[in-house]
Design a protein around this ligand. Structure first.
Ligand code: AMP
Ligand code: DBH
Length: 534
């Protein structure tokens, strides 16, 4: 195992292999086998209509792999990849796998305050970006900051006009050694709960299982046309089942540059999309406007909704509005995935967040003392299994708290389990805001706020919101004059904080309410917003 990664204990690993969850294949098999089987069928479609057959995509990935090697990248090197939903994302992903270079998958929304620490933590030697985000943001500016700030980053590769940097490297294909199927293949980002980012190593074999089993439970076939509406770097859109799941069954992947109804409905109609995955606010938006848009969505069979709780009321309206089936997905980049099943009763599809994907997923639901609750009671979800991490990368100290001694991951989610195995997500026991599926670690935002000259103390909480589930409220105690929200968000932007992490509301207090043990009471802060007493 790569230094800084925590392996599964040998006995469990043996069990996962014996049961067939872990196969001796690398992730790259999805493209290699797919190309052998599907040759001239369409594998990938860009938003502008550019199409790639399986053979073309396979050859492209080979050329990129050779280019990476020629550029001096070596097996086990880490690189930061920050690309929008463009075909290069897919080709580069497989090129990196073939060269055994490990991508750290950042979101297009990330900025300096996320990218720099990620490069530092991973020791990234290269940074892959797009020229811009199509809306005026130039990633080459960000790259200039990153290479100055992080000495390990030696090279920047750009999709589009590279300016002073290099284009995506390609070269004539070369023979490359096969990777170890049980070694890390890539790093996903955790939504996080602390002031520093956390990286999730995913091995070839665990992520292959993740993608293939998800594809099976979601009914994917060679006829599947999967629309990537969320960022491709997100575990949901990448492998749950996502684009890798679609590839695993020989389906077609269509890339949407953004999840707006205008963009997506046109692509669904044009490419005869059968399935896509979104966070709840996007589903709500589509449901709101579908009647006013004359797009033909008749090919759409299934919409997967996850990332944040999808409430029963809108869930019940999916079929009548969008004309397709609903699958709720409660997942985490750390591993465990829960899906409602396609043959579940409507009641379960509407009111639950699904049941665990794998028979070997172990779930514990525990009270504040860590003791298992009675069946059907709510408590914090702990889990371990064949595709759930055993430790964050290079985070020994944090791991000692984030995992039990037995290796169960503490999800921080408060859930209740029905006799059928389905989970209902009821809340959370982690210091994080879930803003419509985008995760904001409270401590991280508080640290940024504390850097503001007028802020003496800061506490960030989620405030209930009809559409987003939660929005972000920053409570501050000030020194001198209180700044306005607009001034604070400008300050945070200046520090390079991603836009989705900016507070929606700012409240100034003389002092923070405290718990009995003298900590800031976030429960009391939320009550100040909702006006609930008790
Ligand atoms: P991350 O660890 O950043 O991948 O985020 C995963 C977290 O998102 C989970 O631990 C939950 O807190 C939240 N989440 C994902 N899907 C759902 C869902 N369907 N309902 C409620 N919360 C969800
Ligand atoms: O929120 C998530 O991280 C998530 C949600 C649904 C996820 O990682 C997934 C499905 O795979």
């Amino acid at each position: 195992m790569l230094d800084g990664c925590v392996p599964w204990p040998g006995e469990l690993a043996e069990r996962y292999r014996a049961a067939g969850y872990w196969v001796e294949q690398t992730l790259d098999v999805l493209l290699r086998d797919g190309a052998r089987r599907h040759l001239d069928r369409t594998a990938l479609v860009a938003a502008d209509g550019t199409r790639f057959t399986w053979a073309e995509l396979d050859a492209w990935a080979d050329r990129i792999a050779a280019g990476l090697v020629a550029a001096g990248l070596a097996p086990q090197d880490r690189v930061l990849v920050q690309l929008p939903n463009v075909p290069e994302f897919v080709a580069l992903f497989f090129g990196l796998l073939r060269a055994q270079v490990l991508p750290v998958l950042a979101l297009p929304a990330h900025r300096e305050s996320e990218i720099v620490p990620l490069c530092e933590l991973s020791g990234a030697v290269a940074y892959f970006v797009a020229e811009d985000d199509g809306a005026g943001y130039d990633y080459r500016d960000l790259a200039r900051t990153v290479i100055k700030a992080v000495p390990s980053v030696r090279q920047v590769f750009v999709v589009g006009d590279p300016a002073e940097f290099a284009p995506l490297p390609t070269a004539d294909p070369i023979e490359l050694p096969a990777a170890d199927p049980f070694a890390p293949a890539l790093f996903l980002l955790s939504g996080g709960t602390t002031g520093t980012p956390k990286l999730i190593p995913r091995t070839h074999t665990d992520y292959l299982y993740n993608a293939r089993a998800s594809a099976e439970v979601s009914g994917f076939t060679a006829e599947t046309v999967y629309l990537v509406a969320l960022p491709a770097a997100h575990n949901f859109a990448l492998a749950s089942p996502g684009l890798l799941g679609a590839m695993s069954t020989g389906g077609t992947v269509v890339l949407a540059p953004d999840p707006s109804a205008d963009t997506v409905f046109e692509l669904i109609e044009r490419e005869r999309v059968t399935v896509t995955a979104v966070v709840p606010p996007i589903a709500l938006l589509w449901m709101d406007v579908v009647d006013f848009m004359d797009a033909d969505l008749s090919t759409l069979e299934l919409i997967q909704v996850g990332g944040a709780k999808f409430n029963p009321e809108p869930a019940a309206r999916v079929r009548e509005t969008l004309g397709c089936d609903l699958q709720q997905v409660f997942g985490m980049a750390e591993g465990l995935l829960n899906f409602t099943r396609l043959d579940d009763a409507d009641e379960l599809k509407i009111t639950t967040q699904g049941a665990p994907l794998c028979p070997a997923d172990e779930l514990l639901i525990v009270d504040e003392e860590g003791e298992p609750v009675a069946p059907g009671e709510s408590g914090e979800l702990l889990t371990r299994g064949p595709y759930t991490l055993r430790g964050y990368y290079r985070a020994a100290e944090h791991n000692s708290r984030a995992f039990t001694a037995d290796g169960f991951y503490r999800s921080g989610d408060v859930v209740r389990q029905l006799p059928s195995g389905h989970l209902i997500v009821e809340g959370r026991r982690k210091d994080q805001i879930n803003r419509g599926g985008e995760k904001i670690p409270a401590e991280e935002l508080e640290n940024h706020l504390l850097a503001h000259p007028a802020v003496h103390d800061a506490a960030v909480v989620g405030m209930p919101d009809e559409v987003m589930g939660e929005r972000t409220c920053a409570f501050v105690v000030v020194k001198g004059d209180a700044p306005a929200l607009r001034e604070v968000t400008a300050f945070l932007r200046e520090r390079g904080v991603a836009a989705y992490k900016l507070p929606d509301r700012l409240e100034v207090l003389d002092e923070f309410p405290q718990t009995k043990v003298g900590k800031v009471s976030k429960v009391a802060l939320v009550r100040l917003l909702t006006g609930e007493d008790g």
